[in-house]
Design a protein around this ligand. Structure first.
Ligand SMILES: Cc1cc2nc3c(=O)[nH]c(=O)nc-3n(C[C@H](O)[C@H](O)[C@H](O)COP(=O)(O)OP(=O)(O)OC[C@H]3O[C@@H](n4cnc5c(N)ncnc54)[C@H](O)[C@@H]3O)c2cc1C
Length: 387
């Protein structure tokens, strides 16, 4: 079992208390408002909960990989949408912190840590989908600026973000991997991020389409080397999968807690639902699944934090945790009876939010492709067993 140290346990206690006090009592109201809660986001910045570092260690970053997972997981227990929004925000910050020009870091990092600036990651395109590098957006250098043209879809924080990290083809060689990353401020002339898409859950994390028409950005907005974003995007996808696993663990934990409260109440015949083993055993299975996912989450976070490549492990974790979360939420709704189906009951919210997890950041099928190709190709290449 993965053992957290005393400081990490203290961080969990502190974030959990904050969530119980300041988020959970308002989570239904947040969800009904369907807007990104900017004030809450700034509050997270104020408390240092956005100063999360992962693989791309920024000098002086507040929290490392395991701590990042603890914060994301605990916030997801209160408002999953907020963790979903934090994930690309933190990833962009880490990438700019590690590979951006100093002038760009000076403009973006400190306000992003304080929660005054919201960031988004824009890779996906309509024709690309699961093929993360199936990119038609073009960036061409013209005199004194990069000029970007194209459209991105399903972008978390789209329409609310202050800046987008955009993946674009930066060479006309046609090489599949000639992709670069550019920071594009939301107020850049030619950028239209007004189209928000309504999804079945995650109401407080806007998802949108970003259109760029002759968007000119200065040279210091190139993040990382030209035509060399492929490796960065791969690492980013691994990190994103961990964030999704943390989100899944937090949602499942919240749904289990609701179920324990609901089934512990005295019922019509002087018995609680929990007094029937058919009910309490289902809650025991929820705990078992969350326990396994949480331990795997910290194990893989520890690997990434120690600069180990963990593509297969991150995919396996994301696959397990997201499917586990759906199962736990489905059982939670069932054990709440009709109440569980009522709009804006807490388990109904967790259940709808959970649906996103098996699709975003590499669908369950894509995770299986990553795992199986590693298992078979390592063997074929003679790398020895990787399992
Ligand atoms: C909540 C949410 C947030 C997101 N946030 C962002 C973001 O911030 N930035 C960003 O760039 N993108 C974001 N995305 C987009 C996300 O990365 C894509 O939705 C994802 O890559 C899947 O692409 P798609 O939706 O086009 O589905 P498709 O690729 O069209 O896939 C449709 C189905 O086919 C399956 N499939 C696809 N290829 C294969 C294959 N080779 N073998 C077997 N099955 C296959 C998939 O698993 C899926 O079930 C987000 C998506 C969601 C749902």
């Amino acid at each position: 079992m993965f053992q957290l140290d005393a400081q990490q346990r203290e961080l969990r206690r502190e974030v959990r208390e904050f969530v119980d006090r300041e988020i959970l009592p308002r989570s239904a109201a947040y969800e009904q408002s369907a807007v990104f809660p900017k004030a809450l986001f700034s509050r997270l910045g104020e408390l240092g909960y956005l100063d999360l570092s992962f693989y791309h260690q920024r000098p002086g970053a507040g929290h490392g990989g395991i701590e990042s997972m603890i914060v994301m997981e605990e916030i997801a227990r209160g408002l999953p949408s907020m963790t979903l929004s934090m994930s690309p925000h933190v990833q962009c910050m880490n990438l700019i912190g590690c590979c951006g020009a100093q002038s760009l870091k000076d403009r973006v990092i400190a306000p992003a840590i304080r929660g005054e600036l919201l960031l988004a990651f824009a890779i996906s395109e309509a024709a690309g989908g699961s093929d993360a590098l199936g990119i038609d957006t073009m960036a061409v250098f013209d005199g004194d600026a990069w000029v970007l043209n194209g459209e991105k879809c399903w972008i978390t924080n789209g329409s609310a973000a202050d800046g987008y990290l955009v993946a674009a083809k930066s060479a006309r060689s046609g090489r599949y991997r000639d992709v670069s990353l550019f920071y594009v401020a939301a107020d850049t002339p030619g950028l239209d991020d007004s189209l928000r898409v309504s999804l079945i859950g995650m109401n407080n994390s806007p998802t949108g389409t970003i259109r760029m028409e002759n968007c000119r950005v200065p040279p210091d907005c190139l993040v990382g080397r030209e035509n060399d974003a492929y490796e960065l995007v791969k690492v980013l996808l691994d990190e994103g999968r961990l964030d999704m696993a943390a989100l899944a663990v937090g949602i499942a934990q919240g749904a289990m807690e609701c179920t324990i409260r609901h089934t512990s109440k005295s019922g019509r015949y002087g018995r609680s639902l929990a007094s029937y083993q058919g009910v309490s055993f289902q809650v025991a299975r929820m705990y078992e699944k969350i326990f396994v996912a949480r331990n795997s989450l910290y194990t893989v976070a520890d690997m990434l934090q120690n600069q180990q490549r963990a593509g297969m492990e991150a995919a396996a974790l994301k696959l397990y945790a997201s499917e586990m979360c759906l199962e736990v939420c489905r059982a939670a709704v069932q054990l709440h009876g009709a109440h569980g189906l009522s709009q804006y009951s807490d388990v109904d919210r967790y259940f709808r939010d959970a649906q996103m997890l098996t699709i975003g950041e590499g669908s369950s099928e894509i995770c299986q492709i990553v795992i199986s190709s590693k298992l078979y190709h390592a063997e074929q290449r003679g790398d020895g067993p990787c399992y």
